[in-house]
Design a protein around this ligand. Structure first.
Ligand code: ATP
Length: 578
């Protein structure tokens, strides 16, 4: 039988639900046998003259009661397994989200978002068929036929032998088609993930694609993956229908075998009518759980393929150490100079380190700018400080305390990161600010917005702070989105800030506004400013120059400009600091 051990482990905390569902389904099975018995007695009572003194009305009332109870047991059993499945999926999704947070932005940025979303949404939902239908059915398909067999054998051993011999043909058939089914569903799920990834990428980059006139190519790309998905889905459906047909056929032939031998023996008077009729009525119910297992097998295959992807993501090793807090929380210095000592980092799968033996200090309360050509290691440097990555060699000290001994949670509270395009989530302006501090009062929010010169704008909006801003801040300009992100930083009041040149994509007016915001924001805080343009260096107290992962220059702007080095050469080559 197809089982996934890792998924089974997740069912353990809800074993009570599954046991309840199985118990109720077994009671339903007992009701099925009783129903067949009462039905055969009722029919015998109505149609056979020698049974005229049979309490027919009583059989009928009992029969109706049993049918009702069977329905109730089946409803409750389905409800319990569906609830267990929903809870497991909810917990799995929570665990996946938590793990994605642990993996951090470096991991998510190198995976297609659509693929991760498909695993989180469709992938986890695909487990439902496995958990709520297939898993209980595996047990029931062994239990219920045994129950029927135990009832039929004492009544009529010959029919019992035929049932016992034909029953295993169904699981045998399922095992034969199992590997083909598994291969096909794995391909189907893979195609679905690819389709989701491509669609999301296209939607996110639609404007660029239109500008480049490449939207038609992308439509063809979607069409070709869609076609691949259609073909594989049809193959899966063909296999599903063919196997359903074969299972029906096996069940019907086996029931017919029972019917023929019972009919003949009835004809020659070797069997009583009520007994023969009972066996005939109950025979299909012997095969039913096995056939149902066969039909649910495809849902299970889907679930197993999805489980592989879900657990692959869940077991993805993190590049971040959580850090063990050796000091009491109030004794951890979350400010002080930040020292980097011989820091080296190589991305998994890469040969060359992206940062080589870097040693420097970010002085407390000062602004350090980081410059270097694209790919020189600026983001890697920042990610190591933010602990999105853990260095393979060297260490970072905050004051005298190694960063690795500070708990990740404490450190994250002390840091703020403002990327070039900050995340503005769909929700109100207030929601976007409370992202940083869920307990922030209206006054604090107003204060933060005033500091970043957004309060007048917010007041002019019809719904003020409750105005909805779209995904990626669709109704805000780039500069306003930046300032909203800076208001969040103010609310959090961190001691260390990393900014990835926030003025890179804004006009001169906005840049001037941002400069004023920076003055207030940087006051008394240690700042690392990744600079992509030279004018921004004027704000910095210290400049670090990176080249291919090496720290090649460090000093203040005047010193570096008057030294023959990279920075002065770049200023001469690419324009001044205006
Ligand atoms: N996730 C990753 N996996 C493997 N290699 C990576 C990864 N991220 C960055 N690199 C490599 O590490 C080196 C430094 O990259 P990094 O992003 O730190 O440079 P950068 O100076 O920030 O560049 P940019 O200014 O273009 O953002 C580059 O060679 C890059 O290809």
């Amino acid at each position: 039988m197809y089982m996934d051990r890792r998924l089974l482990r997740w069912t353990v905390p809800l074993a009570g639900f599954f046991a309840g569902a199985l118990l109720l389904a077994t009671l339903g099975g007992v009701m099925t046998i009783l129903q067949a018995f009462l039905f055969s007695r009722f029919v015998a009572g109505v149609f056979l003259p020698q049974s005229s003194d049979e309490p027919v009305a009583r059989w009928l009332i009992l029969l109706l009661l049993v049918v009702f109870l069977r329905g109730v047991f089946s409803y409750l059993s389905d409800g319990l397994s569906a609830t267990a499945s929903a809870r497991i999926r909810e917990r799995l999704r929570e665990a996946l989200f938590a793990h994605l947070f642990r993996l951090g932005p470096v991991y998510t940025s190198q995976r297609p978002t659509g693929e991760v979303v498909a695993t989180l949404m469709e992938g986890v939902d695909a487990l439902d068929g496995y958990l709520s239908q297939y898993l209980p059915q595996v047990v029931l398909s062994a239990l219920l036929p045994l129950l029927v067999l135990a009832t039929v054998f004492p009544l009529d051993p010959l029919s019992g032998v035929i049932l016992a011999l034909t029953g295993p043909l169904i699981p045998l058939f399922m095992m034969l088609i199992g590997s083909t089914g598994e291969r096909l569903t794995r391909r189907q799920f893979g195609a679905l993930r690819r389709l989701s990834a491509v669609l999301l990428d296209i939607l996110q980059g639609l404007r660029t694609l239109k500008e480049l006139g490449r939207s038609r190519d992308q439509a063809q790309r979607v069409a070709s993956i869609g076609e691949e998905y259609r073909k594989i889905t049809l193959e899966v459906l063909r296999l599903t229908f063919l196997s359903a047909l074969a299972l029906e056929w096996l069940g019907t032939i086996s029931t017919a075998l029972i019917a023929v031998q019972i009919g003949l023996r009835l004809l020659y008077g070797h069997l009583e009518f009520a007994q023969a009729f009972f066996i005939l009525v109950i025979a299909p119910d012997f095969y039913l759980p096995l056939r149902t297992l066969g039909l649910r097998f495809h849902a299970a295959m889907n679930g197993i393929s999805a489980a592989k992807k879900v657990f692959a993501l869940l077991e993805e090793p993190s590049w971040i150490e959580s850090g063990s807090s050796v000091l009491p929380a109030n004794a951890i210095p979350l400010n002080g100079d930040i020292h980097l000592e011989n820091l080296t980092f190589t991305y998994p799968g890469r040969e060359d380190p992206s940062l080589k033996n870097v040693t420097c200090t970010l002085p407390e309360g000062k602004v350090t700018a980081l410059v270097g050509k694209s790919g020189s290691g600026k983001s890697t440097f920042a990610y190591l400080l933010l602990r999105f990555l853990t260095p393979q060699n060297g260490r970072i000290l905050v004051g005298d305390v190694p960063l690795s001994s500070i708990s990740l949670e404490e450190w994250r509270k002390a840091c703020a990161w403002v990327p070039q395009r900050p995340a503005i989530v769909f929700g109100s302006i207030a929601d976007n600010l409370r992202f940083a501090d869920p307990n922030a009062s209206r006054e604090q929010i107003q204060w933060a917005l005033e500091q970043v010169h957004l309060w007048d704008w917010v007041q002019g909006l019809p719904e003020g702070l409750n105005t909805l801003i779209g995904e990626r801040g669709a109704q805000m300009s780039g500069g306003q989105a930046q300032r909203l992100a800076l208001a969040r930083v103010l609310l959090r009041n961190p001691s260390f800030i990393v900014l990835d040149e926030p003025t890179a994509h804004v006009d001169m007016v906005e840049e001037a506004l941002l400069q004023r915001v920076f003055e207030r924001l940087f006051e008394g805080r240690t700042v690392l400013l990744i600079a992509h343009r030279l004018p921004v260096l004027r704000i910095a107290d210290q400049i670090l120059v990176l080249e291919k992962g090496d720290l090649v220059e460090a000093g203040n702007l005047d010193t570096l400009l008057h030294t023959e080095g990279r920075l002065s050469r770049w200023v001469q080559q690419y324009g001044g600091l205006t």
